[in-house]
Design a protein around this ligand. Sequence first.
Ligand code: PMP
Ligand code: GLU
Length: 397
Amino acid sequence: MGQISDRVNRLAASATFAMLQKSNELSAQGVDVVNMSVGEPDFNTPDYVKKAAIEAVEQNYSKYSPVPGYMWLRKACSDKLKRENNLDYAPTQILVSTGAKQSLCNVIMAVVNPGDEVLLPSPCWVSYPEMVKLAGGVPVVIKAGIEQDFKVTAAQIEAAITPKTKAMMICSPSNPTGSVYTKEELESIAKVLAKYPDVFIVSDEIYEHINFIGGHQSLAQFSELKDRIAVINGVSKAYAMTGWRIGFMAGPDWLVKACNKLQGQYTSGTCSVAQKAAQVAFDGPQDDVEKMRQVFQKRRDLIVSLAKEVPGFEVNNPQGAFYLFPKCDSYFGKRYGDKVIANAEDLAMYLLEVGHVATVGGTAFGSPECIRFSYATSEDKIIEAFRRVKEALAALK
Ligand code: PMP
Ligand code: GLU
């Protein structure tokens, strides 16, 4: 391993980006791949947002930005939280970063000491356990299977808490399952967490606007948690702005201060032009967000009905985000020629190489019995992907 640090050696590579890269490599060789691996909206950024960025370039937004973000963007985030979530955070309690990914990592680095346990309701996004490991912490997975719609209960959380528990990361709507916690479910979780004041909570709400059951519910609405919760959000998913790299954290003053210190040594303030675009996304008309949400909902209905027709797939009915996470372990042990499909990664690789459909195996999300489809792609492509998946799976013996 040469001179690579133990820290980096211990880290798993991002399974989502690894599959995206493999899919792109095959496409570059001329193979017609349906890419359902990475989770990013296939829409373009709305025109009024792009225009704001062009103006920002012309107005010379070309200097270092303040480390925690321009105050006008922090205010736009604060206004958004009040308007959409009825949450009270002053602009100074917002810290803007290079994507929600950095916001999450900042918080974990700021609160987790080596040896601290971090609860991860699972299936969870691939980067959570790795961020915890980067901080020297110990990921503690709380598993929820498809029979409980991939959602953990308050009782499961309580059973996992030990004197070493430092934090919990929760994501609703969820990547990779699309499950959405109801207000009642969050309330019962908040009641349990209220009994453990030393546990810090990270609430990842990046899929807030891709929700098919009505209004978004934030765990931060429960006042007993207010002093020890970080709300994470951003523009990547709702506004089709993955490449602009703007996310934010809202939290207590001490945490903003700590993340500011960290970010000041690590990346500095994020891209000045992208901040102008994000401000306009938050403050501008929200019609495009709703239009995209409706398209995702139609695609959700389509993919669920197609996946239900696949022999051996078990599916839930995701109520948000743009992922489907079928249980597919009935295929494990089957063969294709002299190759054995031993696990979800083998199945994902088989679907890519033989079916030319890119997905992500479930192990990196904590569910080795599932694979993830991102349906942030057109209906035609979803239909074609499932035709191929069915055909490829039928060839397994
Ligand atoms: N949280 C979850 C659950 C995600 O799926 C993503 C997707 N990239 C992120 C955070 C980070 O989003 P970004 O860094 O693009 O804002
Ligand atoms: N969140 C997306 C996904 O899960 C983007 C890739 C990433 O950041 O991991 O596919």
